[in-house]
Design a protein around this ligand. Structure first.
Ligand code: AP5
Ligand code: MG
Length: 188
C-alpha cells in the first residue's frame, strides 16, 4: 500500500499531478480541498463550518479535517494506494494522521513537494480564476492562502524530513516534465 502526500503551495500543481498519478498507478485520490468544496455544495454541517474559513483563505480546523480524512480512507478498503492532495497542512494534522494510519496498520510512504516560484503561482491561479471561477481565486485571497501556506503548512515539510520521507522536485516547467520526475520517484 503506497501512501503518497503531494505537497506544495496553492497553485503548485497538486491537483493536476494527482490526476496523472491516479491515472497511471490506479491509486485513490483524496483531496481535502475538493472534499470540503463538495461538502459546501451539498450544504452539509461540515460544509457550513468549512465555508467560513475557506472563503477567507484560512485553514479549516484540524479536527474537522482529520475526521473527514479517516472516513474517506475507510471508503476504499481494497485500495492499493492513496494520493493525498492538500493534506496534512499543519504539523497537528501530520501527527494525527500518523495515529490514524497506525491504527489501520499503515504508514506514509513519502511526501512529494512541488516547488514553484511565487510569481508563477499567482499567474496560474489568475488564469484558473478566469477558466474555473473558484471563489477563493481572487487576488486578495490568493495572497492570503500563500501566506497561510508559508506560516502554517511549510513547517510540515520538516516533520517528514525528520522521518526521511521528504522529496522535493521543481514544480516549474511543463506538466509532463514534472510528471516524469514524479514517476521516477514513485518507481524507485
Ligand atoms: P485546496 O483546494 O487544497 O487549494 P490549494 O492548496 O490552495 O491549492 P490549489 O488547488 O489552488 O492548487 P493545486 O496545487 O492543486 O494546483 P492545480 O493543480 O490546481 O484548498 C482550498 C482551501 O480548502 C484551503 O484554503 C483551506 O481553507 C481548505 N483546506 C483544504 N485542505 C485543508 C486541510 N488539510 N486543512 C485545513 N484546511 C484545508 O494547478 C493550478 C493551476 O495551474 C491550474 O489551472 C492548472 O491547470 C495549472 N497548472 C498546473 N500545473 C501547471 C504547469 N506545470 N504549468 C502551467 N500551469 C499549470
Ligand atoms: Mg488543488
Amino acid at each position: 500500500m503506497k501512501i503518497i502526500l503531494l505537497f506544495g503551495s496553492p497553485g503548485a500543481g497538486k491537483g493536476t499531478q494527482s490526476k496523472n498519478i491516479i491515472h497511471k498507478y490506479g491509486f485513490n485520490h483524496i483531496a481535502t480541498g475538493d472534499l470540503l468544496r463538495n461538502a459546501i455544495i451539498n450544504n452539509t454541517e461540515l460544509g457550513v463550518q468549512a465555508k467560513k474559513y475557506m472563503d477567507k483563505g484560512n485553514l479549516v480546523p484540524d479536527d474537522l479535517v482529520v475526521r473527514m480524512i479517516e472516513k474517506q480512507i475507510d471508503k476504499f478498503p481494497d485500495s492499493t494506494g492513496f494520493v493525498f492532495d492538500g493534506f496534512p497542512r499543519t504539523v497537528k494534522q501530520a501527527e494525527a494522521f500518523d495515529k490514524v494510519l497506525s491504527k489501520k496498520g499503515l504508514s506514509v510512504s513519502f511526501m512529494l513537494a512541488l516547488n514553484v516560484e511565487k510569481e508563477e503561482l499567482k499567474e496560474r491561479l489568475k488564469k484558473r480564476a478566469e477558466e474555473e471561477g473558484r471563489v477563493d481565486d481572487t487576488p486578495e485571497i490568493i495572497e492570503k492562502r500563500i501566506k497561510v501556506y508559508l506560516d502554517k503548512t511549510a513547517p510540515v515539510a520538516d516533520y517528514y524530513k525528520k522521518q526521511g520521507k521528504f522529496h522535493e522536485i521543481s514544480g516549474m516547467g511543463t506538466v509532463d516534465e514534472i510528471f516524469n520526475q514524479i514517476t521516477s520517484i514513485i518507481d524507485s
